[in-house]
Design a protein around this ligand. Structure first.
Ligand code: PFF
Length: 463
């Protein structure tokens, strides 16, 4: 499992003195822990709803396959070939490929995007903690009054104090794990808790099936209506694909540095992408029956799951117990993702020698907390301050997720597809057959960059 030491320099491999995932399974768990999080359960349903359903989901799936999977493999391979923090791995591999060291700025961009995402991500993770806490209280309350979903959510957002409290709790938990390098404990927890979250989602889907609105949900999610699609929709779908797979900000690259030699990168990336997509689709199938059954608006925005799920928990037998379990497990899923959002910056700062792992984690945590205050206040006292129709939190989310993640991914793809020595790439992907390798390379060199480019132009209204 991951140790807290920095990757040592040199060819970098097992036994070279730095931490290593103990097995392929350990890496799959860590990477899936990074991929599966609020992006699947909180963001996927609400972004799908804002973009009209079916066609959005289809475009999202195409993005996962055509751009996401090849990039996921690329990030892992850069990490494993470089064996350093993303910034230094990129620099080392560029130099080894006789290219400019400036490729390291892809890593700098990645660390910055991670910081931006982590800010609003931690706030939302704080909401899940607040809901978990609420349901915990309900379990022990003598008289249980059904929760007023809308009122509860609005009440929470209106209170900067409560938001800051839960934000601080979540950031501290994340800093704690990253600083102490106790990922081992987390890995064990993930092994048990992630399947539990999955099972709970399945149960919610079962509840949806019983609600009588499942058919409507399936056609909402899977019947494409392309009249609703424009450049902006595709940009959202692409951004969501990057967000969900943790791509474009070098988080997976950071984890790749600890991947043992004998891991088959192609197959492993496939497993991670499948698990991630499965959880997102299940979340959609769990949430929308509730939305339809209660005549709620699909345009609820970021509050969607926080407003809809309590309706279901109000109606279910043992609803408070399920509500508690659900939000707690979701917070854990967010936690394992937050750690990977911090890792690129922390790994880099630790390598500079001016920081220990502990001081690097605290520095990143404090910087995140400060930026997150902007998101907190945009829910209440700053809600009127908008730019281009977006408040501070929406702006940070839009810039980081929809614009910078695809750009960061594009840069990584161009690096691996065009700049990195072919010998290094082929060696890392030695398990692929020649045809598979050619397909991967083609998707990476041409399909990804062209798609990202065209989508940007079209969203900007140029084409
Ligand atoms: N993939 C995570 C999620 O879906 O919740 C969020 C995330 C984690 C995005 C790590 C980016 C990242 F590098």
């Amino acid at each position: 499992m991951l140790s807290s030491e920095n990757p040592a320099s040199g060819s970098g491999d097992q036994g070279s003195g730095h931490g290593m995932w103990s097995s392929r399974m350990a890496f799959i768990l860590a990477a899936t822990g990074s991929a599966v999080g609020l992006g699947n359960i909180w963001r996927f349903p609400y972004v799908t709803a804002e973009n009209g359903g079916g066609a959005f989901v289809l475009i999202y799936l195409v993005c996962i396959l055509a751009i996401g999977l090849p990039l996921l493999m690329s990030e892992i391979l850069v990490g494993r070939a470089g064996r350093h923090s993303p910034i230094n791995s990129l620099r080392l591999l560029a130099e080894r490929s006789q290219r400019t060291w400036r490729w390291m700025f892809v890593g700098v961009l990645g660390a910055l995007i991670g910081w931006m995402i982590l800010s609003f991500y931690s706030m939302v993770a704080g909401w899940t903690l607040a809901y978990g806490w609420h349901y915990l209280g309900e379990i022990f309350a003598s008289s249980t009054e059904a929760l007023d979903p809308q009122g509860k959510f609005e009440g929470l957002l209106a209170s900067p104090g409560a938001l800051i409290f839960w934000l601080t709790a979540f950031v501290s938990l994340s800093v704690g794990v990253v600083a102490l390098g106790v990922e081992k404990g987390l890995e064990r927890a993930v092994r048990i808790l992630m399947p539990m979250l999955f099972a709970l989602l399945l149960l919610m889907v079962g509840y949806g099936i019983a609600s009588g609105f499942f058919q409507q949900t399936i056609s909402y999610l899977f019947t494409p209506d392309f009249s609703k699609v424009d450049g902006g929709t595709i940009l959202e779908a692409m951004g969501q694909a990057f967000f969900s797979l943790s791509l474009g900000m070098t988080g997976i690259m950071a984890y790749g540095a600890y991947v043992p030699r004998n891991v088959n990168i192609g197959r492993t990336a496939g497993v991670i992408a499948l698990a991630d997509t499965g959880v997102a689709v299940l979340a959609g199938m769990a949430i929308f029956p509730i939305v339809f059954a209660h005549g709620l608006s699909t345009g609820e925005g970021p509050g969607l799951i926080f407003v809809t799920l309590p309706y279901a928990f109000n109606d279910m037998a043992f609803g408070t117990l399920f509500g508690f379990a659900f939000f707690l497990l979701l917070a854990v899923a967010a936690w394992t993702s937050a750690i990977s959002l911090m890792e690129p910056a922390v790994a880099y700062l630790s390598e500079t020698k001016r920081f220990t792992r502990v001081s690097a984690s605290i520095t990143v945590g404090v910087a995140t907390w400060v930026l997150a205050l902007g998101s907190v206040f945009s829910m209440n006292i700053w809600s009127e301050y908008t730019f281009a129709g977006r408040n501070f939190q929406e702006l940070i989310e839009y810039i980081s997720s929809n614009l910078l993640l695809p750009l960061g991914g594009l840069a990584t793809g161009v690096f691996v597809g065009w700049a990195l020595s072919r010998v290094i790439a082929r060696e890392q992907l030695s398990e692929l057959s020649d045809t598979q390798y050619q397909v991967w390379r083609f998707l990476l060199r041409y399909v990804g960059p062209v798609l990202v480019f065209v989508v940007f132009l079209s969203a900007a209204g140029v084409i």
